[in-house]
Design a protein around this ligand. Structure first.
Ligand SMILES: [Zn+2]
Length: 208
């Protein structure tokens, strides 16, 4: 159903803009794909009147291309082999419940030796992207929660001081002076209390 809706929107877009509507069949998941499934998709597309300009292209016929790219990613260390079996993953997910479980990245830590041994044993593997690791992300998240660093706070306070000591130009109106005084009192409120970060941001939001 989702596929049909996406196809419809793409078809409408192509017909509206004069673009080419290309049909590509995602059939790389061998367990879920079959000739009947593909035939079903093509029949549904024809039945809906979504005639395509090019294709169908089969992802499965492009596997060599994908393998070459995966190889490149692994050589550049942007991807790694994961030897965890689907059963392992199911067990670990169940053990973590009711907490949501994400892959713990244990295979990214395998040494070249361990990797070679796994390959020698011809263990099946999946390829995972080497995204920044969990502790890096956790540290980043913690620093976000902690708020600005000492250096950032010093810089902000310097900016605030600059704001407070900047005087309106001689041509400034009374209104301008009032605004300048308001800014300066806001700035000193914010500076008076080191924990007033929330307050500062609230004030920021209120100002136009
Ligand atoms: Zn793994």
């Amino acid at each position: 159903m989702g596929g049909a809706r996406t196809a419809l929107f793409n078809w409408l877009f192509a017909r509206r803009t004069g673009a080419t509507f290309v049909l590509r069949i995602e059939d790389t998941d061998a367990a879920r794909s079959s000739a009947e499934m593909v035939e079903g998709i093509l029949a549904s597309m024809r039945w809906l009147g979504l005639e395509w300009d090019e294709g169908p292209f089969y992802q499965s016929q492009r596997l060599d291309l994908y393998r070459a790219i995966v190889q490149k990613l692994m050589e550049a260390d942007h991807a790694y082999r994961c030897y965890c079996t689907p059963e392992d993953l199911i067990k670990r997910r169940a053990a973590a419940a009711p907490q949501e479980w994400k892959y713990d990245g244990r295979c990214r830590l395998l040494s070249p030796d361990q990797n070679q041994r796994m390959q020698a044993e011809e263990r099946p593997f999946a390829v995972r992207f080497r995204v920044p690791n969990v502790s890096q992300r956790a540290r980043h998240a913690a620093s976000q929660r902690r708020g600005p660093s000492r250096a950032e706070r010093a810089h902000r306070s310097w900016l605030r001081r600059r704001t407070t000591t900047r005087h309106p130009t001689p041509r400034a109106t009374a209104d301008g002076w009032a605004r300048a005084r308001a800014v300066s009192s806001l700035a000193s409120t914010a500076r008076a209390d080191d924990t007033s970060r929330e307050e500062t941001s609230r004030l920021d939001r209120r100002s136009p």
